[in-house]
Design a protein around this ligand. Structure first.
Ligand code: CMC
Length: 395
């Protein structure tokens, strides 16, 4: 192999130095800037976590109120973007819309922008964090043929998103505080996760000096896949299938173990966590609390009970135990989103909204790093040896 190692899937390659997120997969530890995820989930808010990820320290009251104010000044999208939405198919998956819209924003923020100027990088981060809820909610409104709702800057981040999703010009809408809190928690838990596929994509795309909105759009595309952020949508489809099939959980577990079947238990397994995913523990509890508040006859209980049953069976099964496969962040999060009235195809969009701060913090860190250079993996060549070109008549 000469001077480089062969590492498909980057199982054992550190591609960068980073001081943002710490992850210990054996112990189930996740920390943002040194703060345990459990403490942030319990006590923080999403915009405070955004500040922490971007700046490295928790804000004081004044810092946070200035930061919140700055974010709200960037929540609007250029009016021309409204017309851009109408170029998409009505039934387009909102992730495809998001990839397009975020990429298209590079056309508004390109001239005169200098990625090597920290001040410009900061404004880029603010713009992206602020505009993602608007972009996300508008993809939903467009798909439903409903009028786009402008952001309401008197609302906090999560309330504002729910407002843009669900309010109608015909009646007053007040987001339910229970859902606002649950959404804020989900955003905190998804905000960063070191060098996962989408973050590495943003870094690699951005390492050529590309426009950050374009680099983020590449990250959103990567997140969409079912092995990554698309799993939250796939989990609910799987649970619904199980419920519809008279709860034949064992059959689905058997399918997941059968190597001739491509089916996998969605929301199970993780490249780094080999003991438990600390985010899944918090989300399961939040899900239980939320459903308890909705009462025993709530329509999501069957999905939760099935998920719980699946978890119990799988965790007692040799196949999953030997391979260290546990429920991950996506296993219970979808049930919370469904209960909030969020449609299935918006789940990964919400993941992208949360992860934006992680992507842009990592991009910023990369550009500011003294070792910053273009990302350029090598390969193990397995093709033909040198041979002479043969004229087409003689082949
Ligand atoms: N169901 C059944 N078997 C599985 C599963 C699963 N969910 N996940 C892994 N395995 C098996 C896999 O078949 C392999 O078995 P063997 O050694 O016999 O060939 C072994 O476990 C190792 O799997 P791998 O694919 O080499 O592991 P990986 O680290 O490359 O993949 C993963 C990690 C998350 C992509 C994978 O576990 C998976 O596909 N899970 C289901 C999708 C999912 O829930 N994704 C969300 C991940 S967390 C949130 C995020 O990243 O966005």
């Amino acid at each position: 192999l000469g001077y480089f190692t062969f590492d498909p899937g980057f199982v054992a390659t550190a591609s960068c130095r980073s001081s943002i997120t710490y992850l210990d997969g054996d112990k189930g530890i996740l920390e943002y800037r040194g703060y345990p995820i459990e403490q942030l989930a319990e006590s923080s808010t999403f915009t405070e976590v955004c500040y922490l990820l971007l700046h490295g320290e928790l804000p004081n009251k004044d810092d946070l109120s200035k930061f919140d104010h700055t974010i709200t000044t960037h929540t609007m999208l250029h009016e021309a973007m409204k017309r851009f939405y109408s170029g998409f198919r009505r039934d387009a998956h909102p992730m495809s819309t998001m990839v397009g819209v975020v990429g298209a924003l590079s056309s508004f923020y390109h001239h005169g922008e200098d990625i090597h100027d920290p001040e410009h990088r900061k404004i880029t981060a603010h713009r992206l964090i602020a505009k993602m809820p608007t972009i996300a909610a508008w993809s939903y409104r467009y798909a439903n043929g409903q009028p786009m709702v402008y952001p309401k800057n008197s609302l906090d981040y999560s309330s504002n998103f729910l407002h843009m999703m669900f309010s109608m010009p015909t009646e007053e809408y007040t987001p339910d505080p229970l859902y606002v809190k649950a959404l804020d928690l989900l955003l905190i838990l998804h905000a960063d996760h070191e060098q996962n596929a989408s973050t590495s994509t943003v870094r690699l795309a951005g390492s050529s000096g590309a426009n950050p909105f374009a680099a983020l759009s590449a990250g959103i595309a990567s997140l969409w896949g079912p092995a990554h952020g698309g799993a939250n949508e796939a989990v609910i489809r799987m649970l619904q299938d199980i419920v519809d099939s008279d709860n034949d959980v064992a059959h689905y577990v058997a399918r997941a173990k059968d190597k001739s079947d491509r089916f996998r238990l969605m929301g199970f397994g993780h490249r780094v966590y080999k003991n438990f995913d600390p985010r899944a523990v918090i989300i399961r509890k939040t899900c239980m609390d939320l459903l308890a508040k909705l009462g025993p006859d709530n329509e999501y209980q069957a999905l939760f009970d099935t998920a719980h049953e699946l978890e119990k069976i799988a965790l007692a099964d040799d196949y999953f135990v030997k391979r260290n496969l546990y429920p991950n962040v996506d296993f219970y999060s979808g049930i919370i989103l469904l209960a909030m009235g969020i449609p299935l195809n918006m789940f990964t969009v919400i993941f992208a909204m949360a992860r934006t701060v992680g992507w842009i913090s990592q991009w910023n860190e990369m550009i500011a790093d003294d070792d910053f250079r273009i990302g350029r993996p090598r390969q193990l060549y397995t093709g033909a040896n040198t041979r002479d070109y043969v004229d087409i008549e003689n082949r």
